[in-house]
Write a protein that binds this ligand. Structure first.
Ligand SMILES: [Fe+2]
Length: 287
């Protein structure tokens, strides 16, 4: 077993291995090294433009989709990669906001992404503002067909919800968890009734390090790409030190280890969903 886990949740699924654009100029003799699950993979584009992936002499399954490269480390994907219908949809702008390294269990990054309660305290003046700290009740369901988690009817008052928003407004959110390490956020956009989509795709480098890739599929006719990227990176830059300061790098899945509070329905569902899948990678074993 070359990778540093035998968890089928990692080995038999598609894991992000960086942006597809990073393979420009590569070949089998000049591949791009990529870290995944404690190993260095080599990726390149062959003469026909198809991505290829190798670990030592072993060939691994790889595909290019949603602007990123996806590798199945174990070679036998248990399911197809999730759909992302907003990617490349007419009228939307697709902007890769880049990857940010975080020294933390990837599970915490997804859990934090799902959590609205931290907005006024961590992203004050942007995604939240004291005293607007109330997380209104919302719905969380697991889609029986795709096994994806959906949190809907999420509402939060935000002073500056996106690069395109100039003033405060109540913002509608929907969250979607597609895989243990990928999630999507849909929120009110500058276009009436339409929702921006923000994808968070985590590349697990090893047990306690991750690259968080953020992708926008948004409606915005005024901001430049640089402004959109700066906004997302500023938000993530506020989360990063808090994520890295957790006492436990690995996340416990038992409810008692860290007491859930109001507004934590998504987090409780995410932990239960991970438990039901038998998730071990990045999980702190029960005492
Ligand atoms: Fe945050």
């Amino acid at each position: 077993m070359p990778f540093n886990t035998d968890d089928p949740n990692m080995l038999d699924d598609w894991l992000v291995a960086g942006p597809a654009a990073a393979l420009a100029g590569t070949s089998d003799t000049a591949p791009r090294p990529v870290r995944l699950l404690g190993e260095t993979l080599h990726l390149w584009r062959d003469a026909s433009g198809k991505p290829q992936c190798r670990l030592g002499s072993q060939v691994l399954a790889v595909q290019s989709r949603h602007g990123y490269l996806w590798v199945c480390p174990g070679g036998k994907p248990a399911r197809p990669l999730f759909d992302f219908p907003e990617y490349g949809e007419a009228g939307r702008r697709t902007v890769d906001c880049g990857g940010i390294g975080v020294a933390v269990s990837r599970l915490r990054v997804i859990e934090n992404f799902l959590d609205m309660a931290h907005f006024p305290f961590v992203h004050g003046g942007i995604l939240g503002q004291v005293p607007h700290t109330e997380v209104a009740r919302y719905q969380v369901q697991v889609d029986p067909a795709t096994r994806e988690i959906w949190a809907t009817d999420c509402r939060f008052w935000q002073p500056r919800a996106s690069a395109a928003h100039g003033s405060g407004s109540e913002v509608i959110y929907k969250y979607r968890v597609m895989q243990p390490l990928t999630a999507m956020l849909y929120k009110s956009s500058s276009r009436d009734g339409a929702l921006d989509a923000i994808g968070l795709f985590l590349q697990p480098l090893d047990d306690e390090h991750v690259i968080a890739h953020t992708l926008l599929a948004c409606y915005d006719d005024t901001s430049t790409d640089a402004e959109l990227i700066a906004f997302q990176q500023a938000i993530f830059g506020q989360d990063k030190p808090i994520l890295e300061n957790h006492a436990f790098k690995r996340m416990p899945l038992e409810g008692r280890a860290e007491t859930p509070t109001r507004g934590d329905t998504s987090s409780v569902t995410y932990r239960r969903w991970l438990r039901e899948r038998g998730m071990r990678f990045g999980v702190r074993p029960a005492a």
